[in-house]
Design a protein around this ligand. Structure first.
Ligand SMILES: [Zn+2]
Ligand SMILES: [Zn+2]
Length: 472
């Protein structure tokens, strides 16, 4: 405030006072005692009618994937004047969200332009994500990824009250995504997903021209779970020793059949039911013998399952079950959906599960995760100053003490944030908050719209009388 005490016109003594603060903005009014010159000083410039510093806070929170409640509380604890939640949400809805949506659509169009060339065939991986663990999710999203390039092409957000139940969100997400591909005239023949029952049925019945494969990891995971269960039964402990080789066999079945021939895959698969009983010849017409050659050393002394024992019968039943055979028929031979899983963990950074977001907030965070993923997924390996490739050693919990070696990637980049910040300036130039006539995106009705809201006084009365009864 000392700096305002001298009049810039006559160098006389001036009176200055803080007129008001708006979020991070301070306005100071100054009047000269000598020459009466008066002026107002603002601590930050404006973008349109919006104080630039306030918008900087909102955009930094959203685009870094931080949570407004925590960041604003942090600033309060540090005694830094800042914006309110309401201001954040206004900025998000009218400025930040349109910027994200605009840039995302632009990026989508750039990607799909590549597939106009009919020789470039598209292999898609799809999977749904629920915003909370369990079966009562408010939002479900469906991601579609180009598995050849590792690029997220489309994401659809579904709110649970738009469909019959939380469970139906995944299928609805897929339907909307397929429509997006159709609207944009993008043809594809191959779709790889997990074995979500409704999706399998839908693709089989509604889109017979699409070849539907199952991600091997998901099928193997389901089988592993069942084998673990058997191994815990009485007299079945040895089944546990076979889990690893049997799931490895499943990966081999898929990988060794690049044309995805379902009969060949099933024949290869079934041979393992003989193999675990130390029987390696005469499996079937297509796959007469095991392909592993003469077993030597450790491999010979495996804990083979003895025919007729409970462990053997149960395992054989499991491995040859019709349901598993129909899954094996559709194992994806070349591409898998692990990149979609990786994208879903990127979403977790931008929209942690268990945090309730508004529809716009959720949509924004999904698209930001996609922008981030697409910019960073194909990062090259980092090099030392001398040009040697860098690796890191990690001790993941599931290895219980064991380690894995990973390529160290170069640092993540955030170029998309710079683009978004530039876009914000353009949007603010033509927007005044609260005066936008167009809704940025039609949003579904809130979940509670379907419920009857009681008179608050009645509700309080009911609660109080319940407590009184409890005391008696
Ligand atoms: Zn003066
Ligand atoms: Zn064998």
């Amino acid at each position: 405030m000392d700096l305002f005490k001298i009049c810039p016109k006559c160098c006389g003594s001036a009176n200055a006072s803080i007129a008001h603060t708006v979020g991070t903005l301070i306005k100071v009014n100054v009047t000269c005692e000598l020459c009466q010159h008066s002026y107002s000083w603002y601590s930050q410039p404006f973008l349109g009618s919006v104080p630039a510093g306030n918008l900087a806070v909102s955009s930094a929170i959203l685009y870094s994937g931080a949570l407004p409640t925590k960041v604003l509380r942090l600033m309060n604890f540090m005694n830094i004047p800042t914006i309110s939640h309401q201001t954040f949400f206004n900025h998000q809805r009218h400025i930040l969200y349109p910027a994200v949506l605009r840039f995302w659509k632009h990026q989508q169009m750039q990607h799909i332009a590549k597939y106009r060339d009919p020789t470039e065939s598209l292999v898609l991986g799809g999977d749904g994500r629920a915003d909370t663990p369990g079966h009562s999710a408010k939002y479900g999203s469906y991601s579609m990824m180009d598995l050849k390039q590792g690029v997220v092409l489309d994401i659809q957000l579904v709110q649970s009250n738009e469909v019959s139940s939380s469970n139906a969100m995944e299928k609805e997400g897929l339907i909307r995504s397929l429509k997006w591909f159709e609207d944009n005239n993008l043809q594809f023949q191959t779709l790889i997903t997990d074995q979500h029952v409704q999706i399998v049925k839908f693709v089989r019945e509604q889109t017979p021209h699409i070849t539907h494969y199952f991600d091997v990891w998901h099928v193997a995971k389901g089988l592993k779970k069942k084998m673990v269960k058997i191994s815990k039964e009485k007299d079945c402990k040895e089944v546990g020793e076979w889990i690893k080789s049997i799931t490895n066999h499943m990966y081999w079945v898929a990988a060794s059949t690049p044309n995805g021939d379902s009969e060949e895959m099933v024949s290869k698969w079934l041979s393992v039911a003989n193999h675990v009983q130390n029987k390696h010849r005469g499996h079937s017409d297509q796959v007469a013998n095991c392909l592993h050659g003469e077993l030597v050393g450790h491999d010979r002394k495996k804990n083979w399952l003895k025919p007729g024992t409970k462990a053997c019968v149960k395992t054989e039943e499991l491995l040859t079950a019709t349901r598993l055979k129909t899954s094996v028929e559709k194992l994806s031979p070349i591409h898998q959906t692990s990149d979609v899983e990786a994208f879903h963990s990127t979403i977790n950074h931008f929209a942690p599960k268990m945090i309730g977001f508004s529809f716009h907030g959720m949509q924004c965070r999904l698209l930001l995760a996609a922008l981030h993923f697409n910019e960073n997924s194909a990062r090259p390996q980092a090099l030392t100053k001398d040009g040697v490739a860098r690796y890191s050693i990690q001790f993941p919990k599931y290895k219980s003490g064991g380690y894995i070696t990973r390529e160290k990637k170069i640092n993540q980049s955030f170029r998309y944030v710079n683009t978004l910040l530039r876009s914000i300036r353009k949007i603010v130039d033509v927007t005044t908050i609260r005066s936008t006539s167009e809704e940025p995106m039609p949003t579904p009705r809130p979940l509670c719209a379907a419920f009857t809201r009681p008179q608050k006084t009645d509700a309080i009365q009911a609660m109080k009388s319940r407590f009184r009864k409890a005391e008696i």
